[in-house]
Design a protein around this ligand. Structure first.
Ligand SMILES: [Zn+2]
Length: 647
């Protein structure tokens, strides 16, 4: 049903509310037993063993080996950490206990976790666990891990009470409705979040009970899907089902039980995957965040089965979405859907463009493609989405998250309420800011990839060395890497030279190298490194224009990797919290820009006193531009209508 017409979750809620009368809202690390299944191996007979048929050529480091230093990423991570700490386990468990017939007097959460919301449990028993597990891996926050372990243990009691292996905060008869083709929101979507949360608790926190519970859930899923004919299952897949294929594939990667891989393949939706395998963009009309997780599942299937078709699907899809269906921020979707033919975006600027979950999932997919064939274009995209769509969609004051990032001019950012929104994007956001260390560095046996310029510390015990990256990027136009280690080591260090750099240079121990590398490539420095060696990378930023592919008079201004936005009047607290998006009728008028096409950035001049601040020049009204990620409580404009200046 969702695949053939415009569909959004909020529309679903709206009609559901109307029909049912629901009240609805708008430290010290201990080694875990396994690593992230796509990072590393599990063990068999005490030896490392991997079930991957196609291991990644370049792999990330386990998150516990990378720590963030000061900067905007750390600010976002700390806001998220504070938010996760604020959620009381008793409230998270409430609807699960009610569903299992166990008394609970806790105050129910609201929004998408309310006792009458059909997605309840997706955050409380799903995203929450993933987020705590990732945050633990990324920071060593043991209190958070312990809280999450308590939630796992209590959910285990609920699962035992339900007997069949099923675990959810809603009754199992939602799945009868799904089987019979009756109206129901997205039961497998929710089950996926819970399974992924449990698996993450095993993978990152070593919680054996969580692994046992997720296997019982997989058994239940197998029992539900097994008796359905292929055609019947394909009809079931017409209702959003999240990353069921991915979590089952990951469960195989961790346990080696082939059975899970077979069950994962039951979630291959033919109608979606076949055109992609044939390199046809038939994405128009699809609900975006229903489908990106299916491509991540395809990527995992490629890695675990070696079937090249899955890789073709993933690479074609990524290219099509990034080249033809993404805005300057790296975000995709409008009203949660792809509404147009490829490359047609000029009509798509609204108050509900670019759902945050879509950016989260596209970035996740990007890591797989990079693992197969490390290339700068992939990490250029990752950086674009990170600095323009992920930073700045969490409120640094309280860790609340956005749903959409509006790209129509003259609106503002809206954030969820801490206990009464708990949207899908609250969930993916909670995970995102807990895993900001997972992509900065990748490696293979002989080389290190420095993908992102973020102040951080990497420890690489296998090589006996560490790398301290010191930078105030993006305020600083470059970075400094200092090597530490007991003995010298031969290593190729690959530095990403971003697409946006305007020149650049690199110094080793104070001496400038005669050569550099072209934009959107990796510069390789291969030598014996010893403790104290210093690499200073200079990446000059400049102004550039990102126009709509189908209308060059609609333009966004960028500075280096950063989308600049006109920053206007502040909005009230009431306007900031609780709604999915700003009111469409409450639009500030934003004057057109007048510019000479020969000098497309001449209408913007830097502020001599403040970094990353710009002003319009030669316009009827002067505006200030700052990086979009820095705007939290002000109206803004990302895309401007630009008229040709008469000369
Ligand atoms: Zn979302």
């Amino acid at each position: 049903m969702a695949h053939s017409r415009h569909f959004s979750r909020r529309h679903f809620i709206g009609s559901l509310a109307a029909s049912a009368g629901y009240a609805l809202l708008p430290g010290v690390l201990r080694a875990g037993p396994v690593q992230d299944p796509v990072v590393n191996t599990t063990s068999r007979d005490g030896k490392p063993f991997s079930y991957e048929k196609v291991p990644w050529k370049a792999r990330p480091f386990p998150m516990k080996q990378v720590r963030l230093g000061e900067g905007p990423c750390k600010v976002a991570m700390e806001a998220d950490r504070q938010y996760l700490h604020s959620l009381p386990p008793e409230r998270l468990l409430h609807t699960f206990r009610i569903n299992a017939g166990t008394p609970s007097s806790a105050q129910p959460l609201g929004g998408w976790e309310a006792p009458d919301c059909e997605l309840r449990g997706h955050y409380a028993g799903g995203h929450y666990l993933s987020a705590c597990a990732l945050m633990y891996a990324g920071t060593g926050d043991e209190d958070l891990r312990n809280k999450a372990k308590v939630v796992v243990a209590e959910l285990g009691k609920c699962q035992s009470a339900l007997k069949s292996g099923y675990l959810s905060a809603f009754p199992v008869d939602f799945f009868d409705r799904l089987r019979e083709g009756q109206r129901v929101w997205a039961p497998f979507y929710t089950i996926h979040k819970i399974m992924a949360g449990l698996l993450d608790m095993y993978v990152y926190c070593g919680d054996e009970q969580a692994l046992d519970m997720v296997q019982k859930m997989a058994g239940w899923v197998a029992g539900y899907t097994g008796p359905l004919s292929y055609e019947h299952m394909q009809r079931v897949l017409g209702t959003e089902f999240g990353g069921m294929g991915e979590v089952l594939a990951n469960l195989y990667a961790v346990t080696g039980k082939d059975y899970y891989l077979h069950v994962a393949q039951r979630f291959d939706k033919k109608q979606f995957l076949d055109p992609l395998a044939a390199h046809r963009d038939e994405l128009k009309g699809l609900h975006v965040n229903t489908h990106i997780p299916q491509v991540i599942a395809a990527a995992r299937q490629y890695e675990l089965t070696g079937d090249r078709r899955y890789r073709d699907i993933a690479e074609y899809f990524w290219n099509e979405v990034v080249s033809e269906r993404s805005y300057c921020t790296g975000g995709t979707s409008n009203g949660e859907s792809w509404n147009t033919e490829p490359g047609k975006l000029a009509t798509q600027l609204s108050t509900n463009t670019t759902e945050c979950c879509c950016a989260y999932n596209m970035m996740k997919l990007t890591r797989h493609l990079f693992g197969w064939a490390p290339g700068a274009r992939l990490m250029d995209y990752y950086e674009r989405a990170l600095f323009n769509h992920r930073l700045g969609t969490i409120n640094p004051e309280d860790g609340t998250m956005m749903y959409y990032l509006p790209l129509a001019a003259g609106y503002w950012k809206t954030f969820g309420k801490p206990f009464d929104s708990l949207w899908c994007c609250t969930g993916t956001g909670s995970e995102e800011y807990g895993k900001l260390t997972d992509t900065i560095y990748f490696h293979d046996d002989d080389s290190l990839y420095v993908n992102l310029y973020i102040d951080s510390q990497l420890d690489w015990p296998e090589k006996g060395l560490g790398v301290k990256q010191s930078t105030r990027f993006p305020e600083e136009q470059g970075t400094t890497l200092t090597i530490t280690g007991k003995s010298p080591a031969q290593l190729a260090i690959n530095l990403r030279i971003p697409y946006w750099t305007q020149g650049g240079s690199v110094k080793i121990n104070g001496e400038t190298l005669p050569a550099f590398s072209s934009p959107s490539s990796y510069l390789t420095l291969n030598r014996v490194w010893k403790s104290g060696d210093k690499i200073e990378l200079s990446l000059p930023m400049g102004l550039h224009i990102d126009s709509m592919p189908d209308d060059e008079t609609i333009q966004a201004a960028m500075y280096g990797p950063l989308v600049l936005a006109g920053c206007f009047e502040p909005v009230t607290k009431e306007m900031t919290y609780g709604d999915y998006e700003p009111k469409a009728s409450d639009q500030r008028r934003v004057a057109n820009i007048s510019a000479n096409p020969q000098q497309p950035t001449a209408w913007i001049a830097p502020d001599a006193r403040q970094p990353l601040t710009f002003h319009t020049v030669g316009q009827t009204e002067t505006s200030t531009l700052v990086p979009l990620y820095q705007i939290i409580h002000e109206r803004y404009a990302v895309y401007w209508k630009v008229d040709k200046k008469s000369t």
